[in-house]
Design a protein around this ligand. Sequence first.
Ligand code: FAD
Ligand code: NAP
Length: 543
Amino acid sequence: MGNDTNGAVADCDVVVVGAGFAGIYALWKAEQRGLTVRGFERGSEVGGTWYWNAYPGARCDVASYNYAYFFDNEIVREWNWSDVCSNQEEIQRYLSFVAEKCNVTRLITFDTRVEAVSYDAASALWTVQTADGETVVCRYVVLAVGALSEPKAPDIEGVDSFAGEAHFTSSWPRDRVVDMKGKRVGVIGTGSSGVQCVPEIAKVASDVFVFQRTANFVTPTLSGPMDPEVVETMRQDPGAVRKELRSTYGGNQPLYIGPDRFNDLDEAGREKALWHAWEQREVALAFWDSHLPEANAAISEFIRQRMLEVVKDPWTADKLVPWDHPYGGKRPCQSDVYLQTYNQPHVRLIALRETPIEKIVPEGIVTSAETIPLDVIVYATGFDALSGPVRALNITGIDGVSMGDIWADGPVNYLGTMVHGFPNLFLPSSAMSPSVLSNMATLAEQQIDFIFDTIRWLDSNDQAGLHPSSDSQDFWRDETLRFAKRVPGALTTESWYNGANIPGKPRRYMVYRGGFNRYHEACYAELDSGFKGYELLSASAAQ
Ligand code: FAD
Ligand code: NAP
């Protein structure tokens, strides 16, 4: 602490913004490494995603066996998950438990939004400024602001004119139960959040109108009781689980992967493999090489047929099936009850491709065909994902260059964590890491470890800081694109993976699809090489 460079004095070594999976672990890690640290969180409690998305039905779909921390044996051994797909309340309680156990809550200033982060090259220090006007000077900034934390503003005319109650799934009221009993409820959006909340809303509302623009793949969940044997095995050696998670493609251990290659099987063999994987609730992994376009096409068609079988009304069934993109082009959804909900007489699908929303009026939603009177509107309209939470901040680096300008055509970075011209500023969970297409709890641990191993390396090599070279950044942009090209539908589907959900947002595929294992190796290859892909700021140069 009190790092004195060129006359400027740091208030602490590290500032961590955000208190979700990544932020909590970063605060703990900083203290473990003997660094002084402060945290800021705009919410009132820890939890991040699991604090904000308290809508009915919210739960994880990466199995709770793996969607958790593995850095501490006691945490792994003490915590009991009640379901393989734990719900929001339980995951938030878990994160509060971890924060208390690690004694990091005291480090966080809650209800405080960080507004600006600016770098001073002469002192090699950052100034972090909050919306309340507090400033903190530090050496390192960890922007653990999440990938899905900046809600998308509804781009619909008349939103503010609605006379009833309106709520976003992404900032659901936590201080009271939203009373939808006997009410007419409209839900806009059929991504994972819409798919999870519609069945819960349908349990109490008198009428539910689901406004769907693009249909999504919906497959059964992994939900069910935790297998005590699997839990026991994990508890025996959490460190081994942690290591194994990092050696997998998705940062988790799938419950099943088909052993056969698609092209080694005949028609009957493929059908058998698909049914078997379906029964294991891992249909997307029916084949060893499910990523091949021909395997993906077979998987997509198989799921479409299963979806059609569930919904009784043929028009509704047809509209709910995603005919326009392959499985994985958009983020697929999981539910055991969503499609079935449409078999209830008080639930109606409004297919916006046929009858688009024209505007919202005081009494409800006007489509090109009718006015639908409503008491409550639920916006399950998603996020300005991946780059959005970083772009929401005013960040200036060397020579006052603005991150907003650097990212004007889409995010650029190296290894998903650092940007050229912004030394010692770290961006976990943001764009161009395995991110939202991996188990993000595994990612949070891996990225925070890498960040603090980087800081330790700087300190032990007498370096004031580092940032990636622009060549490394170009290389990583090309790598991200190279792997995206291999994924069916990745570049051709309108999706938040590539910015298409936000009007005017530049299109860039923002998820690294080379696999978690390859990503992890690439990070630590840099550390092992003495950060060859980076520009170093020697301690003396900064004085
Ligand atoms: P977050 O949890 O998003 O935390 C970021 C925090 O930063 C937030 O609390 C936010 O308030 C704070 N913040 C942002 N900007 C500022 C600022 N300027 N000033 C102060 N504070 C700020 N991933 C999976 O792997 N498996 C799942 O099953 C899964 N389910 C999900 C379900 C939902 C409903 C959603 C929305 C996402 C889900 N995800 C899932 C992704 C999820 O976001 C990550 O798993 C993980 O929780 C991200 O943790 P994080 O710490 O990186 O970010
Ligand atoms: P999303 O996937 O982006 O879905 C938003 C939905 O709103 C889409 O159906 C979109 O339609 C629709 N929409 C947006 N603007 C609209 C408009 N103006 N008019 C009509 N429809 C509009 O957002 P999300 O459902 O919140 O999920 C985001 C991500 O969070 C997920 O993909 C997942 O990664 C994570 N998540 C995970 C879980 C889980 O099960 N673990 C649960 C919830 C969320 P278009 O598709 O046509 O744009």
